[in-house]
Design a protein around this ligand. Sequence first.
Ligand code: MF3
Ligand code: CO
Ligand code: CO
Length: 344
Amino acid sequence: MNWFYLLLVIPELCFTMVCGYSLGLKMMGGGGFGAPKKPSFAYTGAITPGKVGPKLDVPASIGRPDYAKDGVPKLGSDKGPLWDVKPVAAEDIPRMRASGRIAREVLDTAIRMVEPGITTADIDKVVHEATIARNSYPSPLNYHGYPKSCCTSINEIICHGIPDTTKLQAGMIVNIDVTIFHDGVHGDCSETVFVGGVEACDPKVKDLVVTTYEAWQAAIAVCKPGTKYNELGGIIEDIIKPKGYSSVKEFCGHGIGRVFHSAPNVLHYRNAQRLGTMAPGHCFTIEPMICMGSAKPVNWPDNWTAATADGKHTAQFEHTLMITEDGVEALTGKIDDSPKYGWM
Ligand code: MF3
Ligand code: CO
Ligand code: CO
């Protein structure tokens, strides 16, 4: 399995999940006759799961990634060493630009609809429809079995929140993460949005979001041929640590192209790992998850949603980037009519 690169380091997460589950079983005690009780799970904050609706349909005419049917990615499973980062084929460069642009348009459509009272499933439906309207497939759908077409992560949810019947309320923050597959390649981006506007948000949470944005931008700014992927984490931590914030280690950015998640592993914390060196044609994401308190993730029983262990807030931004001859292009960068960031 490709878990290695999935924006993550799943071994720890699986471990957390397994422990949480067996702990729950122990806590429910001796059983007896009656209907078996559900194992309890200690949600770390106020956000708990709602009801998840059925997977939405994609018209048969739309080109799909290889995992769409059985959930198992096949391309890229013959991967070499992590630091051996391959540029995309020359003929895929315009495709990467087109997919990045579509992901941006879909994310913008989702951002525009955010207001108190809508559900995260409402966002998912709009993302799904805006994606298929652009002759594209919503990449998360059935990826390793993922049940929905985007991720919606509220307040203490680090990433991979599953859209459901949870209603957005003024003062919440929600990260919407959109990935689309078009003409054979993926484009991936996310933004953290203030529900009810920035005025409704606790100033401390606003500072977390703005600082996350600044750290993300600082990392993007050093991307060019010759920069080592392992330089990015230190740049991010130099900005967030003086404020007392922490950077999640268990999930990382990733190479992207014909495969959703590939080399390089883009770590968002200070490290000296052998991760490779940027060169023209490299396509990858930077997507730091920055936390007000503990950066330790706890996996929900749904096996996807990652929450902070202390229940404190966390924020994230993501672009798909391409290294050019002399710098970097944000393939999912904002376009003229994109909504402005909430605090600007
Ligand atoms: N879009 C996420 C990323 O940034 C991945 C979501 S995979 C899913 O890499 F299966 F959870 F949707
Ligand atoms: Co993403
Ligand atoms: Co990503």
